[in-house]
Write a protein that binds this ligand. Sequence first.
Ligand code: ZN
Length: 261
Amino acid sequence: MILIDTHTHIYDHQFSLDRNETVQRALEAGVKMMLLPNVDASTIAPMLELHEKFRDCTRVMMGLQPEEVKEDYKAVLSQMEKELGDVSPVSRVHYVGVGEVGLDFYWDSTFEKQQLDAFEIQLDWAKQLGLPLSIHCRNAFEKMVKIIEKKQDGGLRGVMHCFTGTEEEAKVYLSLGFHLGLGGVTTYKNCSVKDFLPMLPLDRIVLETDAPYLAPVPCRGKRNEPAFLVHTAQRIADILQIPVEELADATTKNVQLLFGL
Ligand SMILES: [Zn+2]
């Protein structure tokens, strides 16, 4: 069984004491590939360092996470754009996606205008470079859909990461050409996604941990890590009443097609 964790931050300082072991545990659990989305300017170096060390089982994305969009976002974005666009032969890094990007008005909307602008700019990068996106959306569904609808010309694709919305919201994202990223939250009792999971097309679902956050049951409350993806996969397979190997095959194929792996 081969699983791919499509969204994991194991370059985070929470793994500084056992990062190598974390990767080993993932590989032993069958999580053979880990996609690393960037967060802000400070995470680029540790992310690339990890990728350099584990080139066979990690891939990187570049983007500015919405909660990190501040007054200086334009300068940060221009640094990231340079990094992303460096396709010179000496560049050892090949970015497989733009992420994580998006909108988040959960804690506050102080930088709403800046978030909207940063998101649009990064959607344009994805279109220009033909790369898929990893999109973060919290308390921003209407605005998110409005922007994607405006920008979608057939060239936008990617994952709505950590999808926890309603069936109607799922349908909107699917109709806009996006995949749904399901993570640990899907295993929580109060998550309603499992009620309509069997109605979702299996070829549009991918799996993720969002480590170190949102560990699945039975690890809920602990630091999350890619190896825990097997719990999420098993739970989703149980809901769909299919063997976990079948879910693993399907979701792995989806990721390979979407991210060109
Ligand atoms: Zn994330």
